[in-house]
Ligand binder design. Structure first.
Ligand code: NAD
Ligand code: UDP
Length: 324
């Protein structure tokens, strides 16, 4: 198939591109490299089955030269910064634009090609949840004007645009809600908790816990997630989602720090910093729907995923000259 992956040079996108090329598809990887990097797809660049397109999804996609004469079968819309430091602050309005203008632009392209289109939504649509674990039927508890709103409300609005295109324009949509995912090809300076703790420990820097570390997250290794994303895309067209994809194993942030320190021989100390506002206190996916409709569940436990991630970040930091 001809497959477009937006956000293809990012963490999840580059892992997805690798898997789709491995499966024998023709993959068009589109990105503006805001948080992504061509380094993440370096090994694919020479392959005829892979084509990189530099483009911002806030701009229309119908006159992209490299897509002229190509009939797209599938579109995965992953383009959007996902790390709080990357989507907040001076980039917050770009985040909203990417979610909203981007949704219109990718959906118009999907309609033109009659392609099935998958939206990477997020557990952030549940905000700081008052229901635990989170099922797809929970409508969420989002602060509409806080520092996370550009992302949370942007993604919520994107879901509404996807479902209106499905209801009124005949778009063939699929919506997944991804929970905290980590692993190989995450950027060392991404700013999310797993990459921060591992890189801090490897570089002997302070390990920064925000708040008292009692907040929880459920961490999914990227290989499990990619399998779930493709299973959703290839499921019966009548199943639109939204469907949760994540690993229900739940840990406090303090437990995560302890695990990382136990795995890396490091002089690093744990230090406590202010908790950013609106930081969700708990998060765990209910994945009953994914199990039922996709036959999917994660198989990689946190310890195994951390070992793989540590090995990845070690060689990455050596390559960057940050450790020996
Ligand atoms: P990432 O930051 O590594 O990847 C995002 C990619 O999108 C980057 O390559 C970035 O350059 C690109 N991008 C951003 N704005 C763009 C624009 N306007 N036009 C074109 N490209 C643009 O993050 P990730 O973790 O790989 O996240 C991928 C997707 O999955 C995002 O949509 C994110 O919201 C979603 N998601 C991720 C997680 C997670 O835990 N990793 C959780 C929930 C949802
Ligand atoms: N966090 C932390 N130290 C860090 C980075 C993050 O304690 O260096 C905390 C953050 O406050 C949140 C959790 O770890 O409670 C997960 O943060 P992340 O940015 O990875 O993802 P989120 O789920 O908040 O989007």
């Amino acid at each position: 198939m001809n497959i477009l992956v937006t956000g293809g040079t990012g963490f999840i996108g580059s892992n997805l591109c690798r898997e789709l090329v491995k499966q024998g598809h023709q993959v068009f990887c589109l990105d503006n490299n805001y948080t992504g990097s061509l380094d993440n797809v370096q090994e694919l660049m020479d392959k005829s089955e892979f084509c990189f397109i530099e483009h911002d999804i806030c701009n229309r996609l119908d006159s992209i030269e490299k897509l002229q004469g190509v009939k797209l079968d599938r579109i995965y819309n992953l383009a959007c910064p996902a790390s709080p430091p990357a989507y907040q602050g001076k980039h917050s309005l770009d985040t909203t634009k990417t979610c909203v203008y981007g949704a219109f632009n990718v959906l118009d392209l999907a309609i033109k090609h009659d392609a099935v289109i998958l939206q990477a939504s997020t557990s952030e649509v549940y905000g700081d949840p008052l229901v635990h674990p989170q099922k797809e039927t929970y409508l969420g508890n989002v602060n509409p004007n806080g520092i996370r709103a550009c992302y949370d409300e942007g993604k919520r609005c994107a879901e509404s645009i996807f479902f209106d295109y499905s209801r009124h324009m005949g778009a063939k949509i699929k919506v997944i809600r991804i929970f905290n995912t980590y692993g190989t090809f995450m950027a060392p300076d991404d700013g999310r908790v797993v990459s921060n703790f591992i890189c801090q420990a490897l570089e002997g820097k302070d390990i920064t816990i925000y708040g008292d570390g009692s907040q929880t997250r459920s961490f999914c290794f990227v290989d499990d997630l990619v399998r779930g994303i493709i299973a959703m895309m290839e499921s019966d067209t009548s199943f639109t989602g939204p469907v949760n994809l994540g690993n229900p194993g739940e840990f406090t942030i303090k437990e995560l720090a302890e695990k990382v320190v136990a795995k890396i021989d490091t002089p690093s100390k744990v230090v406590y910093k202010d908790l950013p506002s609106d930081d969700p206190k708990v998060r765990r996916p209910d994945i009953a729907l994914a199990k039922e409709k996709l036959g999917w569940e994660p198989v990689i436990k946190l310890d195994e995923g951390l070992d793989k991630s540590i090995a990845y970040f070690k060689q990455k930091l050596v390559k960057l000259g940050r450790i020996k």
